[in-house]
Design a protein around this ligand. Structure first.
Ligand code: SAM
Length: 288
């Protein structure tokens, strides 16, 4: 049963969803008539409630997926399909400290806060005051944030937190902040990045290979939904084909003879030679 102030979802038979805050003085006025909130709040989640005209609505409790997609947006947000993998890969959880930039509309921050529990901490950075304020409202609206520290701060000046277990960057040029990132996390911490274009992934990989990083992963998560009809089971006609590439790396001390001791195939030997050549060129350029 919803309490006063809880977020609820009311859905009509045409599929229109109203994500509302339960307030006994705030009836839902829809095209199908007035839905008295006192009756909604006396019903169980999963029940049918009716407008004064007798029109049925389903009463549902929002999931985390509804919350991250229900925020007011002024930036691109991160979607549930990517959020799930990010959280697992970074090990977001109770007792862990996660740093994130930029906060944007706060979608990912809501998920980090949700998974971080009572003893976790999320430290999120946003350079633009208007997005910082918007994210604060969205996080409060979602009913999370008790474990979140929000900084209106440009990470070009470094992070204000240290000793994080993991760090995630959803900014346009993450390679510019790698040194700051390494100083903000514990040795061996996981770093994650979301980037929309291949060019950005390429630039990031070239920056990461200069170290001190290892365990690189570039992943794209595609979700193909199927029509849930038992006797005519088939994929949906349309799908979201691209949101962003996810890149992960681990902060790792570098070891000069590591690669020479690895067993490499012909292609890997060529790739390693090309990498060493890039490192040498970068070193020469830095010395000039
Ligand atoms: N992950 C967010 C979400 O799920 O709502 C969206 C992030 S949005 C795509 C990128 C944000 O990074 C923008 O709000 C931008 O202002 C912020 N940003 C870019 N560069 C930054 C920097 N150097 N320091 C802090 N924030 C930065």
């Amino acid at each position: 049963m919803p309490n006063n102030g809880d977020l609820i979802i009311l859905t009509n038979p045409a599929g229109k969803r109203y994500l509302r805050r339960a307030n006994i003085h705030d009836d839902l006025h829809s095209n199908e008539g007035v839905l008295p909130m006192a009756e909604v709040m006396a019903a169980e989640y999963g029940a049918i409630v009716r407008t004064r005209q007798g029109y049925p609505f389903k009463l549902m409790r929002p999931t985390l997926s509804d919350l991250v997609q229900g925020v007011k947006r002024q930036t691109q947000i991160i979607y549930p399909k990517d959020i799930g993998y990010i959280c697992v890969r970074l090990g977001v959880g109770n007792g862990r400290k996660i740093i994130e930039a930029g906060t944007g509309s706060g979608s990912l921050t809501i998920a980090f806060s949700w998974f971080s529990g009572e003893n976790g901490r999320v430290c999120t950075y946003e350079a633009r005051p208007e997005f910082h304020a918007l994210a604060r409202r969205n996080i409060e609206w979602a009913g999370v944030g008790h474990n979140v520290t929000m900084h209106n701060h440009d990470i070009a000046h470094g992070f204000l937190d240290t000793d994080a277990d993991a760090l995630f960057l959803d900014v346009r040029t993450p390679w510019e902040y790698l040194e700051h990132a390494v100083r903000a996390v514990k040795p061996g911490a996981m770093l994650g990045f979301l980037l929309p274009t291949v060019d950005q992934v390429n630039t990031l990989l070239l920056a990461l290979e200069r170290g001190p990083f290892d365990d690189f992963e570039v992943t794209e998560i595609l979700v193909r939904r199927w029509k849930p009809v038992a006797d005519r089971l088939r994929p949906e006609d349309r799908m979201i084909a691209h949101t962003g590439f996810l890149v992960f790396a681990r902060v790792q001390e570098q070891c000069e003879d590591w690669n020479s001791l690895r067993k490499l195939g012909t292609r890997e030997r060529k790739q390693e030679a090309a990498r060493l050549e890039r490192m040498e060129t970068a070193g020469d350029e830095a010395a000039e």
